[in-house]
Design a binder for this molecule. Structure first.
Ligand code: ADP
Length: 781
């Protein structure tokens, strides 16, 4: 419809013109947001407008506000930074600037605005929302627009998304970009670690975070740093002596390196900045350590987003469009958040207010309150870090009668984070006075034990044994697929021989099966009448009782890296389709989430299977999209196929079918990344979650320390699985999970929470739905 009086008429029905902008400091994942908002808007019949250069684009208007089409955001998921630009805009801080911004929105007919930015940007959004009615009145009264023109824009919908590497926004567990930044930091610390160890040096590593210590703390947890400084939790008054004593204790125990992580905004309790130089001088002068400072700087901002940021930005972008469509004039302005594993909407005003309160509490030196105002997860990580770092903490030590001998055992294939979890469990046990015992090479290792040899497969673990495991991939104590039922009697005998009081199992579906067997065998073998907890760890993420297994994020990152590389190789030859085979057993989780993270054209899972019509439809879709492609996009297309999605339509068969049907107009190749998917170094997300969940498991086991065997047996939670379900971390009783949530045949949970995400992958890649196509030939109706 032609613009009436310079303002385009509103779109019919509930359809909107949705503006999307990125603002403030750039963060990896911002492009994923824009892609999701643009494509979801178009899929819902709306129009999408890119507002370039943040608020500057809104204030200046003109060429900085452009309608965006489906193909404009092709390939954006893997790009770092923000492709629509960001800028600091002083003009928007003043009312005349915001008046101009309001006019520009109306002139373009934009009636909804999705903003991805940090605390400052969302504060700005909140002010615009607050002033909106007044701005419209002013535009009419000073005759820039007339009443008829502003009438359809009485309600501007604003939706916030938090893009920030610092993770400094309240009411969300993670901001878009923070895990990519953490990955970069951990990569660097891992590099520094080896040189530090070689020369027995100390390193003081400065990371970003002027007001928020999330990056510093999480880097500390992920890398097993000796000391962490952060703004909202200054160290105690005598921190100099405390740090020196801790570091020298670690050195005396045999540690060859010292890593101190310091946030940019680190300060003492009187708000005096603690500069890295001060820490370095202390370590050099007081302890005589050869100490260096490394300031990581802008490398922390850059680079391609990690798998999690691609998922988060995509799912939040989708949710933001949904929030726009759901909005009524009464709906409070939302910010899209994530709590544990759940995307939720929170009040933008509340989130901005709570974030400012943290800053105010810090300024007022009320540090306990500042910590409280951060999310609960943050405080938990802090406590976990302290518990697993310091070696000698008499106040944490339990009475003798509460101390247990805890067996730690890995079962099944290795997964990223198994070692981090083991290290945390051992450190926790030592600080509480328990005896951690590593069972090497799983249940078969236990049964083949040599109690007469010092290095048998059942060994008490010391702090130094595990100290360097925070960032190690694989399984240091060895893992094995063997199950207890291979020799129940011998397993029980060993439990008794080594006097296990509790068992901590780390592993995937095999580990789950092992725990189930031990539970059912309890009636025959009293040795199993002790508390046991399972921490799910598998790249397939197919353990009932949790939506997330450690190792799955590492796997996704490996797969995403692999697919990015493949896609790039296709850019030279254009018009090429890759069919990539993923692992995952009978669970399509890995394929689907990787598909979401790379923007796969189609994902084939065992849950859905593959049919001839589905293939015909997808091949026809490929044919049409290559026909439209004038060569402007060099990006290849990717199809992900889980290894067990179909017996007949193997990866190679599908690639060949595509090649045959393409009739020379495009090419097709198959690719199998195989064990690359187990990942090398575990991702920081797997590391930090491994630490947190392992400590929770230990605390859970500890609850049974003084209980009688009868009490343990009577309590169904004495054998349980820790999991992240929706917005919560929960323990599920093995007994209940076995009977109600397990699909034993398919080796996966009955109800897989991620299944609904498949539709999102399809929508965002423009894959036609069955009902949109002709039944037989797959052509669009
Ligand atoms: P971040 O969003 O990463 O916290 P900034 O604090 O620099 O980054 O904010 C980005 C932009 O948001 C600013 O350049 C400004 O245009 C706008 N902005 C920030 N704070 C306000 C405010 N109080 N009022 C109006 N606009 C603001």
């Amino acid at each position: 419809m032609p613009p009436a009086n310079g303002v385009p008429a509103a779109l019919p029905g509930k359809k909107r013109r949705i503006g999307v902008m990125t603002s403030g400091g750039d963060a990896p994942g911002m492009n994923g947001c824009v892609r999701a908002v643009v494509r979801m808007s178009i899929a819902r019949g709306c129009e999408a407008y890119g507002i370039y250069e943040g608020y500057e684009g809104l204030v200046q208007g003109g060429k900085l506000i452009k309608q965006m089409k489906w193909s404009d955001v092709r390939g954006w998921l893997s790009e770092g930074g923000t492709l629509i630009g960001t800028a600091r805009c002083a003009a928007f801080r003043e009312r005349p600037g915001r008046l101009q911004a309001a006019k520009n929105l109306i002139v373009h007919g934009i009636d909804a605005l999705v903003i991805c930015g940090g605390d400052g940007s969302l504060t700005g959004a909140d002010i615009l929302r607050d002033e909106w009615q007044g701005l419209l009145k002013e535009l009419v009264s000073n005759k820039e627009l007339n009443q008829d023109q502003v009438e359809p824009f009485k309600h501007l919908n604003i939706v916030g998304m938090v893009g920030s590497i610092d993770n400094d926004m309240s009411l969300t567990d993670a901001t878009i970009g923070c895990y990519s930044s953490l990955s970069r930091i951990c990569e660097m610390v891992d590099v520094i670690d080896s040189t530090a160890s070689s020369h027995q040096r100390a390193f003081v590593i400065e990371v970003m975070g002027r007001h928020c210590g999330w990056l510093a703390l999480m880097a500390g947890v992920s890398t097993g740093a000796d000391f962490v400084f952060m703004p909202e939790k200054p160290p105690s008054e005598n921190w100099e002596a405390q740090m020196c004593s801790l570091v020298s204790k670690h050195r005396k125990l045999g540690k060859r390196k010292t890593i101190v992580i310091i946030a940019e905004g680190a300060q003492d309790r009187s708000l005096n900045k603690i500069p890295p130089t001060k820490v370095k001088d202390l370590l050099s002068n007081e302890l005589g350590l050869d100490t260096r400072i490394t300031t990581l700087g802008h490398v922390q901002r850059g680079g391609s987003p990690c798998a999690y940021d691609r998922q988060l930005s995509t799912l939040q972008g989708v949710e933001a469009v949904q929030a726009v469509l759901d909005a009524t004039p009464e709906t409070p302005t939302p910010v899209i958040s994530v709590i544990e594993n759940k995307i939720v909407r929170k009040g933008l005003i509340e989130a901005v207010k709570a974030t400012h309160e943290v800053t105010n509490a810090i300024k007022a030196k009320n540090f306990d309150r500042a910590m409280l105002l951060r999310d609960a997860e943050f405080v938990e990580y802090y406590n976990t870090y302290l518990m697993t770092t310091a070696t000698d903490q008499p106040r944490l030590r339990l009475n003798k009668e509460k101390q247990m001998r805890v067996a730690i055992i890995h079962v099944g294939a290795p997964a990223g984070g198994m070692n981090s979890a083991t290290r945390a469990a051992v450190a926790y046990c030592l600080s509480r006075g328990h005896t951690p015992i590593a069972v090497h090479n799983g249940f078969p290792g236990l049964c083949r034990h040599h109690d007469d040899k010092p290095l048998g497969s059942v060994r008490e673990v010391k702090w130094l044994d595990v100290e360097g495991w925070a960032s190690k991939g694989g399984s240091e104590i060895g893992t094995n697929r063997g199950l207890p039922d291979e020799d129940f009697a011998q397993t029980a005998k060993c439990f008794e021989l080594y006097n296990f009081n509790a068992v901590f199992i780390i592993g995937g579906f095999e580990a789950y099966t092992a725990l189930s067997q031990l539970r059912t065998a309890r009636s025959d073998y009293p040795a199993f009448e002790i508390p046991m907890a399972l921490l799910p760890a598998t790249i397939s993420n197919n353990v009932p009782g949790t939506e997330y297994s450690i190792g799955s994020d590492t796997c996704l990152n490996a797969l995403v890296g692999y697919c990015d590389a493949i896609r790039q190789s296709a850019s030279a030859s254009r018009r090429r389709v890759f069919v990539v085979e993923t692992q995952g057993g009978k669970s399509g989780y890995v394929a689907t989430m990787a598909g979401l993270s790379i923007g796969a054209m189609a994902v084939y899972t065992p849950e859905e299977g593959i049919g001839i019509r589905m293939l015909a439809r997808d091949i026809e879709h490929l044919r049409q999209s290559f026909a439209k492609d004038k060569g402007e996009s060099g990006a290849g297309k990717l199809i992900l196929r889980n290894e067990l999605a179909s017996k007949v339509y193997t990866t190679e068969v599908i690639a060949n079918m595509i090649a045959e049907e393409a009739k020379g107009r495009f090419e097709s190749r198959s690719a199998i990344p195989g064990h690359v998917q187990q990942g090398g170094t575990p991702s920081p997300m797997d590391r930090v979650r491994a630490v947190r969940l392992a400590v929770k498991c230990m605390q859970h086991l500890e609850e049974y320390a003084e209980k009688s065997r009868d009490e343990v047996v009577a309590d169904k939670m004495s054998m349980s699985v820790i999991g992240i379900k929706g917005a919560k971390v929960v323990f599920g009783s093995m007994k209940d999970l076995e009977s109600t949530e397990t699909d034993w045949k398919a080796r996966r949970p009955k109800d897989e929470s991620w299944l609904k995400l498949k539709a999102t992958v399809d929508i965002l890649s423009g894959r036609p739905k069955p009902e949109d196509c002709c039944e037989n030939c797959g052509k669009a109706k």
